[in-house]
Write a protein that binds this ligand. Structure first.
Ligand SMILES: [Zn+2]
Length: 244
């Protein structure tokens, strides 16, 4: 099963979902010291670059990973923001982030956090974008018109195709998630419910055996099973069905 949230039903759904997963993979690599994700737009790349510099400046080493946890128990989708020239699609998934900070080889902090990770992906509306729009060169960061970047950036001379410029992840953030994903509910609660049923049965049998022992009646299988079914259904009065 594809590990994704329900979509809103917009034309960008499939592409947005692919972009989400690509950015997540690159972001994960970046967290372990890999390159800055090229699926991010200039702002996102700048932000990630600054964050790494700040950690280095403080002499901190970070070991971090983020993994998807499954589908949110409650279905939901955020409607895309459709503008004249651009459309922003927000996708989100449940995730688990594990982070360890160390300084000089000594671990100084460990964090495990369940979160919902949001990504906003910007698409260019190709019917209305005519090429005169300003765009940041993904290679050197200088701002030129889109059509100039097709012919070669005036500053670094790199040529781009439309798919190199859009769609891009324009923003991402996460909020703490205190709930369980559908997969976690199945994994966590099922054994608990099963265990609960077993404990209940054992207690009921022990109780009935004790009751029988008091009256001196022989403990037969029939006398045990009958109230076991009856008690939870209609209460202690079910015992009547076992009277001689
Ligand atoms: Zn350039």
């Amino acid at each position: 099963m594809e590990n994704r949230q329900k979509n809103y039903g917009s034309v960008h759904d499939t592409k947005a979902s692919m972009m989400y997963n690509r950015f997540l993979k690159q972001y994960n690599e970046w967290l372990s010291g890999g390159p800055i994700p090229d699926t991010g737009n200039q702002d996102t790349k700048y932000f990630l670059g600054q964050q790494r510099k700040r950690l280095e400046k403080r002499g901190l080493h970070r070991d971090s990973s983020i993994e998807l946890r499954g589908l949110l128990a409650s279905a939901g989708a955020i409607p895309p923001k459709v503008g004249k020239k651009y459309t922003n699609v927000t996708e989100f998934r449940t995730a688990q982030r594990n982070t360890t900070y160390s300084r000089g080889g000594r671990i100084i902090g460990k964090f495990r956090k369940k979160e919902i990770l949001y990504q906003t992906i910007t698409f260019a509306n190709e019917a209305t974008v005519d090429g005169t729009e300003p765009c940041t060169c993904p290679s050197c960061g200088a701002v030129s018109q889109i059509k100039a970047l097709f012919e070669g950036c005036p500053y670094c001379h790199t040529r781009f195709l439309m798919q190199d410029l859009y769609p891009k992840v324009a923003n991402f953030y996460s909020i703490e998630d205190l709930s369980y994903s559908k997969e976690e509910i199945k994994r966590t609660l099922t054994p608990w419910c099963g265990g609960g049923a077993v404990i209940f049965t054992v207690f009921m049998l022990a109780y009935l055996a004790w009751e029988r022992a008091k009256t001196g009646d022989p403990l037969t299988l029939y006398s045990m099973i009958c109230p076991l079914i009856g008690y939870p259904l209609i209460g202690a009065s079910a015992d009547i069905c076992c009277l001689p």
